[in-house]
Ligand binder design. Structure first.
Ligand SMILES: [Mg+2]
Length: 172
């Protein structure tokens, strides 16, 4: 499979068919934080997100798996009552493998949900876990992400020309 292509693609985290994920044998969800769960400059969670997480935690081990530093993640850990993996250096494999080992899951049992092809999706595909792309919450990004976005735009153009992937054409 093309390492750039997610296994599933949804508009946002609230549209995801979590029942289907459960049926597929997924037991652990790694969530990207910025632009997947909240806007990049938002320092706290919100009621809608808290409600979703309460439901998800009944069926899955939920972990926030972010490239951000621990200080940014701690409020979310507390408010959402989930484990976190900070400074994950996505798309590198190291943190993915660390989490698989720590929580004793097989690759097939884990999914990453994120908004960036160059970090979340490539990282997940390289490790062999399930990859789920969502559209970014906003166009506002941190500096480093802006660079990745430019690459992503170029890539998306190529993938669309090859009829491999099209933004806004959701699938599961
Ligand atoms: Mg993100």
């Amino acid at each position: 499979m093309n390492k750039y292509i997610p296994n599933m693609y949804y508009k946002n985290i609230y549209e995801i068919n979590y029942k289907l994920l459960k049926e597929k044998g997924i037991k652990c969800i790694l969530f990207d934080l910025d632009n997947t769960l909240v806007e990049p400059h938002t320092k706290h969670s919100n009621e809608k997100l808290q409600k979703l997480f309460i439901e998800l935690k009944k069926d899955f081990k939920v972990i926030i798996f972010s490239n951000s530093f621990i200080t940014r993640l701690l409020p979310f850990k507390k408010e959402l009552e989930v484990d976190i993996n900070h400074t994950s250096l996505k798309p590198l494999k190291h943190s993915f493998n660390k989490v698989l080992k720590k929580y004793k899951f097989n690759k097939e049992e884990v999914a990453i949900i994120g908004d960036q092809i160059f970090t979340d999706i490539i990282g997940g595909n390289n490790v062999g876990i399930n990859t789920i792309l969502v559209d970014s919450i906003t166009v506002k990004d941190f500096f480093i992400t802006k660079y990745n976005r430019k690459r992503e735009e170029k890539l998306l153009k190529e993938l669309e020309e090859k009829k491999l992937f099209k933004r806004g054409k959701y699938y599961e």
